[in-house]
Design a protein around this ligand. Structure first.
Ligand code: ADP
Ligand code: ZN
Length: 526
């Protein structure tokens, strides 16, 4: 096997072939490797499955010294170490879940200069004992994996990552390579600033994943919609993302009743339960993981055939990362986002209420609005999603739901005016269901108690079904004419957007298919 520096002097491409067994570099890998070999700092942006690991593993072997890899997740480190060991690379991981014996053995290997690559969690790396040991070693390269964790704007912020700013002082002259699958420009700038590498070259791959079939539909009988999506992929692995822990448990139970091998995963599970769930997922057996966003980084199963969102993510970035867990093997895979007006008003409301500084809220709001716009877009969804990352797809993708069956629209100006009037006349404190029942003139205690059956808007929407009106509400929310006025879900007008519509100055085109889809799947939600 030979010592640690046995590949020093070898050509990177030869190491790629002989150690990793790949015939050629893929995409930006060659460029990234060349830069690190030359001793320069680099930031690599590549979608999940793009092949980021090779970018630092090859320089780690070909440069003198040991490669140091900062990684946020133990499961991720252990996977990488196991894979490298199979290739004959002497890799190890230092983290909090090692036994005393294991930690002792790794420290001994480290002291003897036997390790090719060491994975380490950020808090472990910067603890004084470890830092002392490492600064005594010769280090070939420092890789910062999942580098977006350093950005407070991101959806996976890890405060421990902030301390990585001190790396150049502790390891002067050692080239650094930061890697992430998060593409938005804001996060990228944040990474460069936080790692104190303003002059790093940024290598950015295309984020287009042509094998992902993106689709989104308004909620309408979620359980049925979910089962229909998963049925197509029975016998495969799927992930279902939910907005809350309780919902993962409930949904997993429902799916098990329907004969799916479903398993809930969220941050409230014990470490043993988490490990067992991950083990099942990794084993290759058919499984439906019903999870919160806690199930994320380091999920490295290549054959996930479907990702379904039962709740809308808070940003296009989070959405992209989550659907990106499907089809890492490059085979066609389905993604389905189910969305509803209430998700949107709630997300906006809580963002407004949050104690975060206004500057931060502005950024989060921008991201949320981009996500909402994605749900209601009538043009190519893949293109709209990539546009969020500043990438221009020259042609429509041809296989997202909107490309396959373009969404017809109709002139919904009158319907929109009626609905906004009803919200206004009922005092801007009632939820969608009440407002709709007033429009449709449906007698109820609440309507008579509040005198709503005497209003001019009573019954002016009789000709539309409840489902139709729910579609109108959602689309008016999406375009910002309606908002959640209080924490009870009461709808209120956003004057700036609503007024021109009410006055009849602003035509409102609505998606027809969205409304039909709700009718077709039966409208009773859960
Ligand atoms: P990422 O970290 O970007 O999600 P990985 O480094 O895990 O991606 O690589 C994704 C997959 O691509 C792995 O299965 C890996 O073996 C494969 N791969 C990486 N580089 C190459 C290459 N040059 N040629 C062929 N396959 C590659
Ligand atoms: Zn498309």
């Amino acid at each position: 096997v030979g010592g640690r520096d046995r590949f020093v002097g070898a050509e990177p491409i030869d190491v790629l072939k002989t150690v990793f067994g790949f015939p050629a570099f893929r995409g930006l890998q060659g460029d990234a490797v060349a830069r690190v070999m030359a001793g320069a700092d680099t930031l690599v942006l590549m979608p999940t499955g793009g092949g980021k690991s090779v970018c630092y593993q090859i320089p780690a072997l070909c440069r003198r010294g040991m490669g140091l890899v900062v990684s946020p997740l133990i499961a991720l480190m252990d996977d990488q170490v196991a894979a490298l060991r199979q290739l004959g690379v002497n890799a190890a991981a230092l983290h909090s879940e090692l036994s005393e014996d294991e930690a002792f053995r790794i420290r001994a290997d480290l002291a003897d200069g036997r390790l090719d690559i060491l994975y380490v969690s950020p808090e472990r790396l910067l603890s004084s004992g470890t830092l002392d040991r490492l600064t005594r070693q010769s280090i070939s390269v420092i890789a910062i994996d999942e580098a977006h964790c350093i950005s407070a704007w991101g959806h996976e912020f890890r405060p421990e990552y902030r301390a990585l700013e001190s790396l150049p002082r502790n390891f002067p002259g050692v080239p650094r390579i930061a890697l992430t699958a998060t593409a938005d420009p804001r996060t990228r700038d944040d990474i460069l600033a936080a790692l104190a590498m303003p002059h790093a070259e940024v290598l950015s791959a295309s984020f287009h994943r042509p094998n992902l079939i993106i689709s989104a539909r308004p909620k309408g009988g979620e359980t049925k919609q979910l089962i229909a999506a998963l049925d197509r992929r029975r016998g495969d692995a799927s992930i279902v993302y939910c907005g809350s822990r309780a919902r993962t448990e409930r949904t997993a139970a429902t799916l098990r009743d329907k004969g799916f091998p479903a398993c809930a995963y969220h941050a409230g599970l014990s470490p043993q339960e988490k490990r067992a769930a991950l083990h099942r997922f990794r084993s290759g057996e058919p499984i439906v993981m019903v999870a919160t966003i806690a199930f994320g980084m380091g999920i490295d199963r290549p054959d996930v055939r479907a990702v379904v969102h039962l709740d809308m993510p808070s940003s296009a970035e989070a959405y992209y990362q989550q659907i990106g867990r499907a089809g890492r093997d490059g085979l066609p895979s389905d993604t389905l986002l189910l969305y509803g007006g209430e998700d949107m008003t709630r997300a906006r409301y809580w963002l407004d209420q949050s104690a975060a500084p206004e500057s931060e809220k502005r950024v989060m709001r921008g991201r949320l609005e981009a996500m909402i716009a994605l749900t209601e877009t009538t043009s190519c969804r893949t293109r709209a999603l990539l546009a969020c990352f500043g990438e221009v797809l020259p042609e429509p993708c041809g296989h997202c739901d909107n490309c396959r069956s373009p969404a017809p629209t109709f002139d919904g100006t009158e319907a929109a005016r009626k609905l906004l009037s009803a919200v206004y006349r009922t005092g801007q404190r009632f939820g969608a269901l009440h407002v709709i029942s007033v429009l449709r003139g449906k007698p109820s205690d609440s309507a008579s108690r509040n005198g709503h059956d005497k209003l001019s808007v009573w019954g002016i929407g009789k000709d539309g079904s409840e489902t139709f009106w729910r579609g109108v509400v959602r689309q008016l929310i999406a375009r910002g004419a309606l908002r959640m006025g209080d924490e009870h879900g009461g709808l209120a007008l956003n004057d700036e957007v609503a007024r021109p519509i009410l006055r009849g100055d602003e035509p409102v085109m609505l998606r027809e298919d969205a409304i039909e889809a709700e009718t077709a799947s039966g409208r009773k939600g859960e």
